[in-house]
Every structure is written in structure tokens, then in C-alpha cells.
Design a protein around this ligand. Structure first.
Ligand SMILES: C[S@@+](CC[C@H](N)C(=O)[O-])C[C@H]1O[C@@H](n2cnc3c(N)ncnc32)[C@H](O)[C@@H]1O
Length: 241
């Protein structure tokens, strides 16, 4: 926590260590040394997560899967009702270091319906059937095969199930609707974030709209700690027909 933690995080963002042959190995190498500092800085960078979790439908006996769950911070945004009603909450991630922070959080919380699973969002399957809710928060931008992850989420969701996504993005140059972004924004942010293997895409929202029936879409701008410019992010919830 505090300035020291911020300085470690910023140093890591300026000089990221990313090694490995597979996307999973690269993720783990990126987060291994900074998983402990993750939450304090991301609380001020990753906006919309609280709203996203508050928007999840409640359904008695539901299985909620958080793909790319990282440190499991999203469970702190779940209300009592979800806590009680969810049969199971599964936190899926490819980084063992991030999941270890999540595991300790779950242990402290005393929630007995939360599990952590080391797996990729492109192939994790619930052991006991289909999921009712799949969440991706600031995870698709770190998945090179994000479209495969979205397709896979659709495959494991039950009909009528909900997908909930929030992430950074940029609008298309000529969007069919919704927000328009100035050229500097569309060029600067993808270049800036790609240094840390975060790939902002103009195609997330159009793809999500095509694969699911939207129930809520919000496009906005968020502040970035220590920077004067704002970065675009979106919230999307939708259902599988
Ligand atoms: C920016 S963090 C977001 C973590 C968390 N969802 C949050 O909102 O704080 C992205 C996470 O996605 C994970 N990740 C990247 N690719 C993945 C994949 N293919 N399958 C599962 N997790 C993945 C990373 O290890 C990392 O923990």
C-alpha cells in the first residue's frame, strides 16, 4: 500500500518483465513479482468493476465464473445476496501468483462457495455442467485470443445466462453507434498499453453485441493514476439466447 507500492508498480509498468513461450507463461512472468502490489494501484485504474458486479443478476443456485479473475478482487464487490445465492463462484486465471493472492482473500473472507482454478479462459469448463454467469473484468485485453475466450464463454453458458465484461478499449474510426474517440486517443492508448501486453481493441464491443443480446452497455472515460489524460473503458452485459 502507499507510495512505495505505487513506485514498485510504476517501475514494473515502465520496465515490464515478460518471458515465456506460451501466453500463460508470459502472464505468470508478468505478475510474479507484483501480484502483492496489484490491488492498491488497480483500484484507481480499473474503473467500472464495482458497477459491473452490482449489475449481475441474482439467481438462487447460480454458478458464477470470473475469467481472468486475478487476485479475486471482484468478490469484494459482490453483495450479500450474491454471496448467499450463488451455489459456486469460480475464479479462473492462468497466473499462479495472482491466484495465490485470490486464494488468501477467499480464505480470509470465510466464503465457502468460492474456488480458485488455474486454467485458461479459452478452455476452462465447469465440472458439473453449465455456468449461469461469466465475468471478464480487464481480462480480455490481456488475452491474445480474446475472441476464442468470448466464444468459449458462450459455449459454457446456459441458455439465458449472462456475460458481463468491462475493459479498456478504443472506438472504431467510424463506429456504427455509441462513443467516438479522437484520433490521438485511438492511437495513443493502444500503443501505451501494449508495452504491458494489454491490447486495446476496437472490436470487443461489436463482437460482444454480435454474440449476445445486450442488456446494458456503457462507454466512458476513466482517470489514470499520475497521468493527465483519460482512457476509454466500457461495461457490457448481455444474455445468451
Ligand atoms: C488486468 S488483470 C484483471 C484481473 C481482475 N479481473 C481484475 O479486474 O482485477 C488480467 C488477468 O487476466 C489473466 N489472464 C490473462 N490471460 C488469461 C487466460 N487466457 N485465461 C485466464 N486468465 C488470463 C491474467 O493472469 C491476469 O490475472
Amino acid at each position: 500500500m502507499g507510495l512505495r507500492s505505487d513506485l514498485r508498480t510504476i517501475r514494473h509498468m515502465v520496465f515490464p518483465r515478460v518471458a515465456g513461450e506460451t501466453p500463460a507463461e508470459r502472464m505468470e512472468s508478468y505478475y510474479r513479482s507484483t501480484a502483492g502490489d496489484y490491488d492498491a494501484f488497480r483500484e484507481r485504474l480499473l474503473h467500472g468493476r464495482r458497477e459491473l458486479m452490482a449489475r449481475l443478476p441474482t439467481a438462487p443456485g447460480a454458478h458464477l465464473v470470473d475469467m481472468g479473475a486475478g487476485t479475486g478482487n471482484n468478490i469484494t464487490y459482490l453483495g450479500e445476496r450474491h454471496r448467499k445465492e450463488c451455489r459456486r463462484i469460480t475464479l479462473v486465471d492462468v497466473s499462479a501468483s495472482m491466484l495465490e493472492v485470490a486464494r488468501r482473500r477467499v480464505e480470509r473472507s470465510g466464503w465457502d462457495n468460492v474456488e480458485t482454478v488455474l486454467a485458461s479462459a479459452t478452455d476452462y469448463r465447469p465440472a458439473d455442467g453449465q455456468a449461469d454467469i461469466v465475468v471478464f473484468s480487464y481480462a480480455l485485453t490481456m488475452m491474445p485470443d480474446w475472441f476464442t475466450a468470448v466464444d468459449h464463454a458462450r459455449a459454457i453458458l446456459r441458455p439465458g445466462g449472462t456475460i458481463a465484461v468491462c475493459d479498456f478499449y478504443v472506438a472504431r474510426k467510424q463506429p456504427a453507434g455509441g462513443a467516438r474517440h479522437a484520433a490521438w486517443r485511438r492511437h495513443l492508448w493502444p500503443a501505451w498499453f501494449s508495452h504491458n501486453n494489454v491490447f486495446l481493441s476496437p472490436d470487443h464491443l461489436p463482437y460482444l453485441r454480435a454474440r449476445f443480446t445486450p442488456t446494458h452497455v456503457r462507454e466512458s472515460l476513466s482517470s489514470v493514476p499520475y497521468l493527465p489524460a483519460k482512457v476509454p473503458y466500457y461495461l457490457f452485459t448481455g444474455t445468451k439466447d
